[in-house]
Design a binder for this molecule. Structure first.
Ligand code: ATP
Length: 233
């Protein structure tokens, strides 16, 4: 049994059918990338996993237990955390307050010291308000807020979007470290080269369908299948 098993989900926005029989699985300790051009359905998949959208049909299981149809708060409690594209940071709270709020309802939250060890930059800025952080620092805080809850799975939506190349390098190093420490991660990202440097397995999306599944190493060796589902062929 995989940690996360998604079987044949269909998700609609009103009458607009966006995900068509999407199936995927994520093993414990695995980093899985969802790739595809804009509008292919990757964010909708993450939002469906997190319970922000209810699939019209299909099943989502975490540890074998159905979670589709549960509310996002409940899904968070059973161990899934979404780091949204827009970054989940309270601008008026300090870095430390942001982290303390995120810990509140977690079952076995990390200590602040453990977070400071992974994110020394956030420790330096612990008394700064969220809104005064740089984009990269906000992204780190957004990831730290998910991590402090010790989730089974972290969903990262476009973590590198809009950030300078040097900051992206830092975030890649961070993600690689989390992967090496055995965190389970699902990542959606347009920066394909960055993602292929740390993901193990890839699903390719096109028009709301999963059209490719394979090893990241295979795509690093031969990008032709990826060019096809990214519409670059
Ligand atoms: P992107 O990188 O642009 O976010 P994506 O692969 O994540 O791409 P989605 O955001 O999941 O794609 O969008 C999939 C489809 O759903 C697109 O056709 C989009 O226009 C549509 N869509 C997204 N959000 C809504 C919404 N709130 N209402 C209606 N349609 C939507």
């Amino acid at each position: 049994m995989s940690l996360l098993e998604v079987e044949s989900i269909n998700t609609l926005y009103g009458d607009s059918h966006v995900l068509f029989d999407v199936s995927l699985r994520v093993e414990e300790n695995e980093v899985v990338a969802l790739l595809g051009r804009n509008g292919a359905g990757k964010t909708t998949t993450l939002r469906t996993l997190m319970g922000a959208l209810s699939p019209r049909s299909g099943t989502i299981r975490l540890d074998g237990k159905p979670i589709h149809g549960l509310r996002p708060e409940k899904i968070a409690r059973v161990g899934m955390q979404l780091v949204p594209e827009e970054r989940a940071v309270f601008g008026t709270l300090t870095v430390e307050e942001n982290l303390r709020v995120a810990r509140l309802t977690a079952q076995k939250p990390w200590s602040l010291d453990r977070i400071w060890e992974v994110f020394p930059r956030l420790k330096e800025r612990r008394t700064s308000r969220g809104r005064t952080l740089s984009g990269g620092e906000q992204q780190m805080l957004s990831i730290a807020r998910a991590l402090i809850r010790d989730p089974r799975i972290i969903l990262l939506d476009e973590p590198f979007e809009g950030l300078a190349p040097l900051i992206v390098q830092d975030l890649i190093a961070l993600t690689r470290r989390l992967a090496q420490e055995g965190r389970t991660i699902v990542v959606v990202e347009q920066n394909v080269a960055a993602v292929l440097s740390f993901a193990q397995r890839v699903y390719g999306f096109n028009n709301g369908h999963v059209v490719y599944e394979g090893q990241a190493a295979d795509l690093r060796a031969d990008a032709a299948p990826m060019r096809a589902f990214m519409g670059l062929a």
